[in-house]
Ligand binder design. Structure first.
Ligand SMILES: Cc1ncc(COP(=O)(O)O)c(C=O)c1O
Length: 387
């Protein structure tokens, strides 16, 4: 959709690891006039979003795959997994690479899961031996992987972990928390054998916050359908939402709870840009890698260290970077803000004061003409280099 001449107000450059900068087209779509959620105009827009999500996640082949869009934030995806796949007493394995692993575990316990956590050292990932040993210790109903833990900037080798899980525990459902990786890191839902991807709109998908994004495999749906006890939620129950998503995809309206119509239009604009225009999806991922390398190389040349213990497990959509030479948050973040650059402080409790986080996702990376990446790197050089 064209932005019809609409231009968003001047503002500081938002380069936290989500929410990110939004394009004028996406924000203009978010200003769609009042439209019925069951109108012939809206139904195909919703259906297209579900189909385009399958494209972004390479989930077009798997029989019974179902995308879901439900009003809520990324956290609602955890509840979706807990309420629909966990029955009281089920064992769940959480591969923990930071704050968001702790929270996912907490959420699953809320639904009665017995959670085992494989915790990596800060900045690291669980070793193969740790994972295999855990998988051999009991029969887990689900295993969760945080693809990018936004608190540490660690990128888990999801494809490799999926291989190990398939080999040692083929019946275990694999859940990927991709809130901070969808559309900035490659995710191959079908090829990796994923069962659930949970995400949200405000990061790589370049759309204002407010929609929980999920992809379910046929196997996840079947596991839900053969539960012994009813799902532990009304609003997030898949028995409520599966018929709705299937109906919209088939071009028919159906009501359970009102979707955020305008936000769905905004997501449609962003997904259209991501899946149907230049750069291609593959080029988009390559651009995120290149931008990440440029940011990390530039920061390293200032003497900065990173939270991830090595480059091969560092996210491409964000950088978690330590303050150099005894500097702290108050020396850096306000000075960047004075230069109209908004980055985020540390989040992992154990090291929160030692590092800050820079997001490089979406149009900030893909639309090079904006000059966002240069602005951020130059800003950090001035602030950090000036000390
Ligand atoms: C990896 C990860 N999982 C889950 C969440 C929770 O998402 P939300 O804040 O949209 O509820 C976040 C938020 O940043 C995240 O980064």
């Amino acid at each position: 959709m064209a932005s019809n001449g609409f231009k968003q107000a001047p503002h500081k450059l938002l380069v936290i690891p989500g929410p990110i900068e939004f394009s004028d087209e996406v924000l203009y779509a978010n200003a769609t006039p009042g439209t019925s959620h069951v109108s012939p105009a809206f139904v195909p827009v919703f259906g297209d979003c579900l189909r385009m999500l399958k494209t972004v996640l390479y989930a077009e082949k798997g029989e019974g795959n179902q995308a879901m869009l439900i009003a809520g934030s990324g956290t609602l995806g955890w509840d979706s997994v807990g309420a629909n796949l966990i029955e009281r007493g089920d064992d769940a394995l959480v591969l923990n690479t930071g704050y968001f692993g702790d929270s996912f575990a907490d959420c699953l316990e809320t639904y009665g899961a017995k959670v085992t956590q494989v915790k990596a050292a800060i900045g690291g990932i669980p070793s193969d031996d740790q994972l295999v040993e855990a998988l051999k210790s009991k029969k887990f109903k689900v295993v969760t992987i945080t693809h990018v833990d936004t608190s540490t900037g660690v990128l888990s080798p999801a494809a490799h972990f999926c291989d190990l899980i398939k080999k040692h525990s083929p019946d275990t459902l694999i859940v990927l928390d991709a809130v901070c990786s969808v559309a900035s890191e490659e995710i191959r839902f079908d090829d990796w054998g994923l069962d659930v991807v949970v995400s949200a709109t405000q990061k790589g998908l370049g759309t204002p916050p407010g929609l929980s994004v999920c992809m379910l495999s046929g196997r996840a749906v079947k596991t839900f359908e053969t539960r012994k006890t009813p799902a532990q939620s009304y609003y997030i129950g898949w028995h409520k939402w599966l018929p709705i998503m299937r109906a919209y995809e088939a071009g028919k309206p159906m009501y359970f709870a009102t979707p955020p119509v305008q936000l769905v239009y905004a997501l449609h604009a962003s997904l259209t840009a991501i899946t149907k225009s230049s750069p291609s999806l593959e080029e988009r991922f390559a651009k995120h890698k290149a931008a990440s390398k440029f940011v990390k190389d530039s920061l390293a040349s200032l003497g900065c260290d990173f939270v991830p213990l090595s480059r091969d497990i560092a996210a491409n959509g964000m950088t978690a970077v330590k303050y150099p030479r005894g500097l702290q948050a108050t020396d850096v973040l306000p000075k960047l803000a004075e230069r109209d650059i908004v980055v985020a402080g540390g989040l992992h409790k154990a090291i929160a004061s030692e590092y800050f986080r820079v997001g490089h996702m979406g149009i900030t990376v893909v639309d090079e003409q904006r000059g966002d990446i240069t602005k951020v790197v130059d800003g950090i050089k001035q602030v950090v280099g000036g000390h």
